[in-house]
Write a protein that binds this ligand. Sequence first.
Ligand code: MLC
Ligand code: AMP
Length: 534
Amino acid sequence: MTSPLAERLSQLGSSARTAVEDDRGRTTFAELMERALRVRGALLAGGARRGAEQGASQSSLEGERVLLLVPPGAAWVSAFLGVILAGGIALPLSPLYPPAELAWLAGDAGVRRILLGDELAAVAAPIAEGRAVLRVEDAERAAPGPESAVSDLAADDPALLLYTSGTTGKPKGALLTHRNLAVQAELLRAAWGFSEQDVLLHALPLHHLHGVAIALTTSLLAGSATRMLPRFDAQRVAAEIARRSATAVMAVPTMYQRLFEHVDRGGAPEFAAGARALRLATSGSAALPVTLAERWRDLTGTIPLERFGMTEIGVGLSNPLDPGGRRAGWVGSPLPTVEARITDDAGNASAWAPGEPAAPGGGGVVARGELWIRGPSVFKGYLGREDATAAAFQDGWFRTGDVAERSSDGCFRLLGRTSVDILKSGGYKLSALEIEEALREHGAIAEVAVIGVPDEAWGERVVAVVVPAPGREAECAIGPLRAWAKERLAPYKVPRESVVVGSLPRNAMGKVVKPELVKALVASMGGEERQLAR
Ligand code: MLC
Ligand code: AMP
């Protein structure tokens, strides 16, 4: 079967409607597709030149991972689509990553070529050695590639590689296929009512599922326009909403919190009227506190549409488009084609039959346990990690690692994670083990435990509980520690706080008892000093 993603894109390719609006102007679908096909041509020609030496294929990149380092906007989208339409796998990475992290990710993905926006030349420089760098601006002027290859793309070909943190130290690359992306976009178009009349305000990072698939791909494939901002900036987003430049917005809870802070400071006086005029505002990637949902309702008359998703499964559960059916604190019921199951500690499974109506407001809790998901939006596997892929599935179901409960009327609520080592800060999923691994390289740190502490602004705040090496306590203070860690980790993984202790609480097996640390820290909050018992 050919790629449903490529088929939909070629249908849109003759449209004169706006596909992307960025700070440079508007780009129609026809212009975007022409630019994407030229990027594809450049990639295939470049691949063919190297292929001539190696005797490789010239009509498809055959799953080559191409790294995108391009600022958000039409050029980002044409680079992304160009890679996919060439039979490659797009790997978008954040320009905020320090060189060490970029180098590790590019190495793990086996990246040989980088598609570069000129503004990010300095970011790419440290990882350019041994790799070809292709300026998007040049690629967009190349001759389009051969026509036939687009129709040769298969639904099960991987199209997108997203790195996600897990319970192993380093992140794993999740491979999403053409089918995954097309199914996901169609599910959300239908569930959330996206149409050619919509303009989606987009200020999410593009190296994670929310920004690239849930927001951008859904909007593109629905034929909606996407208004892409260079980054999230509360003042700018509030101003865009105030002047009604969009009909829909997708955000993580921290973004809502930032918007309210901005409005409370007297910013964007027309904001409330603009927010009321939005057709749709969604929240996801982390739990939306009921207080924030209610604040939005006070402003607009409805709570945001909250849904549950994950890199490996896309959006699985969603509240309904009809505001009357939304329930604050709950993430809704399975989308069509998504099967959700709750499995309790005793291994008892409680399946949810898709199509059963979810009547709001009623019903007690009928199941509580780990949430498992099955269906065509579930990913293909982790790149080069057959072991981790196998471990992630059981009996054909993807085990999310989220603990959830289901009400008798088919609504789901997230209760937390099965692993204390997975944190969510500002919508980013973080691995405590990965951060600990980096911090252990610091000579002044004898022992360390990274924990997530509940936090109003971030959902969870990353805290490093540190046992210093003798006489080196000063180097473990948060200032120097953050400066040091920023050279090794993405800025949002860097601990916001460090707590110096004499020893870490351990169980009989020698494992650090993190829940105890979290409890002690929460209890000490509000005190003068963050000191734990020595
Ligand atoms: C930024 N910082 C963070 C942070 N984001 N620290 C912890 N957690 C975060 N999430 C750091 C900055 O590096 C900076 O450090 C300081 O905090 C203040 O930065 P800022 O400029 O105020 O923050 P900003 O850049 O505006 O970022 C906030 C944010 C961002 C909310 C816009 O975190 C963000 O874009 N989050 C979205 C994440 C996302 O898309 N997740 C989707 C995963 S997919 P310093 O030291 O310089 O002061 C998924 C599936 C699904 O979950 O269902 O959607
Ligand atoms: P990621 O691995 O970055 O895709 O993050 C996926 C994780 O985000 C899920 O496993 C959940 O833990 C969390 N998540 C996503 N949406 C929600 C939500 N609406 N409420 C609570 N947690 C969420």
